[in-house]
Design a protein around this ligand. Sequence first.
Ligand SMILES: Nc1ncnc2c1ncn2[C@@H]1O[C@H](COP(=O)(O)OP(=O)(O)OP(=O)(O)O)[C@@H](O)[C@H]1O
Ligand SMILES: [Mg+2]
Length: 456
Amino acid sequence: MNTLLERIESALIGPEPSVSEREMLQLSQLTLTRRSLTEGMLAIASIGRGKTTLLRTPLRAMLRDGWGGLIPTVKDSMIADMSECICAESRDADLILFDDKAHSVFNPFASITDINEAAALLTGVSEALNKGNHTGSDASFWKQQLQLVFRHLFALCQVQAGKLDLLLAATLFDSRAKTPAELQDPNWRTGNPMWAAIQSARASNDSDAGKAAHYFMETFPHQSGGLQSSLVATVEGVLDQLSREPLRSLFSGESTFSMRDLFDNGKICVVGLPVLSSDSGRIANAILQFCFCREAVKAKRDHHSFLILDEGQELVTTDLMEKMAVIREFKVAVFFLTQNLSVVDQRIGQLAREGLFGLMATRIFGPQNHAATRQWAAEQCGKGQQTAKSTSRSRSNRGSQSSSSETLSSRWDYICPPNQFAQLDIGETIVLRNDEIARVHWHPTHPGRGGSGRII
Ligand SMILES: Nc1ncnc2c1ncn2[C@@H]1O[C@H](COP(=O)(O)OP(=O)(O)OP(=O)(O)O)[C@@H](O)[C@H]1O
Ligand SMILES: [Mg+2]
């Protein structure tokens, strides 16, 4: 079209709306655009009260719109649930079911080449394995110590093999000297992979390798018994799992897909090893989620993508919380579904939870039987001038006739009182977005069609 025609067209119909303003969902009177979805969505309802069912509506809207993304899984049933949505939107060809049966491979070190980042990945994995054992004041000290061990191990890998390698890291850690005396022992030194790596590190000019050699010769063997044994248990726990099947085959060798496929090519990765089934499931989900979040914030993108965290309390990590604040700028929609406040507080502590939930612009409150969560939900919706009707009856002294009068009084109270969240039926929710509140019913079997939650 020539420029004159373009100008006339834009004068008549206005400028072309930004791609992010495309309307996706109609939730009663609320309209959610692509941008609204990327501003974060939280759904909170008690066990068995329709969270996974309501998720299907926004998920199918995004699938229909061609988005790709990552779906970590917590329970076995989620794999079938999510795959069903993907097939229902005829996106089967884009589904990557990440498990050993499908011979999927994702080598995190295909894109991670920095030892700090590799150490952050394994620290994140250990956090997922420890299920929130280190929260509160000792958390950052512990994290720092773990990060140091992994960082130095990877520096030695780098100098010894010229690349980051999980199996070599495991071998090196296994052959470390446990005490200062062992270090001096010629028998320990003979044919020992750690000693060979320390020698190479010393011979190299690399300062990271030099620090690593110093760490495994001076710092680690001299550490207090308690700290050293906790560190060893955690590091061995992670490395041991990663060097055994099924994780060994899943995370080493030639990758069958990359995170860029999810962001740029509309691929959808469903993790086939659920968190609650095994420790391998916990690790597999943690690694993919870490790499997804890390890749997400690397470059501005043309396409939208999603990260679905159903049973989010099992998937939340400090790394995710750090990334959440910026991830929306990269067109990534994060959906966090959980049962109540207490299950999330147990994992990450109240302060971190408040920070995380504060980043979710759309909040969906379903039926709730946890009192503190009901109170919290009521507070989120806020207070306003509420009109209450009261009826008073009076009986006249002379006869048996009674009269009643109605008075309307106005007072400052919760717009949605806490007990309202206890009275919601399955499939009924109260949706809060900025200061707008809508009552939304989600269709149980035809997501996005019946009810008042619809796909546009
Ligand atoms: N909108 C709805 N209308 C009617 N029934 C529904 C609706 N949503 C869910 N249900 C029913 O409620 C049950 C639980 O639903 P769902 O699995 O979605 O809940 P959940 O909150 O994800 O549960 P869990 O905490 O166990 O993961 C299902 O049997 C489903 O049929
Ligand atoms: Mg569910």
